[in-house]
Design a protein around this ligand. Sequence first.
Ligand SMILES: [Zn+2]
Length: 169
Amino acid sequence: MENLRFCPQCGHEKLLWNNITKWSCGNCDFILYHNTAAAVAVIIKCKDEIFFTVRNQEPGLGKWDLSGGFTDPEESSEETCSRELYEELGLTINPEEFKYLGSQPNIYPYKNIDYNTLDLFYLYEVEEKFEIQLEESEISDGIWVKNPDIDFDKIAFESQKRFLKQFLL
Ligand SMILES: [Zn+2]
């Protein structure tokens, strides 16, 4: 975060990063917080199989990802689950159908900025596997993987590896 050096308010090269969440200017009263962002990850499960998307962009290009994403302002995390599954997979699911499981912290590096996230994990269980309609270029494929065949090295994010290892015990 040291790559941001100039204060956007007074223009002096006095912007200081506190190594946690805050920039402050040494010349004026400017302060900018870079707080932890909420994000969701949905474990879509059918019997002993889990659904993964295959990422089509960095971070984690070509790796497996759970469907989900960042929570928008004024949105509940269940609404984020619904919106993301619609945007990514064309699925229409009521927010009440997602079951909260737990959370893990994550770091999402994007274009030289590290975003700290709190990933909220939800379960969505289906009786039958569905056909996917890929709606976004962020995803190159969607795959169903049987529990014993899940290769944790192929999963893009540490938070998902940690959570799934514990969830699938
Ligand atoms: Zn300033």
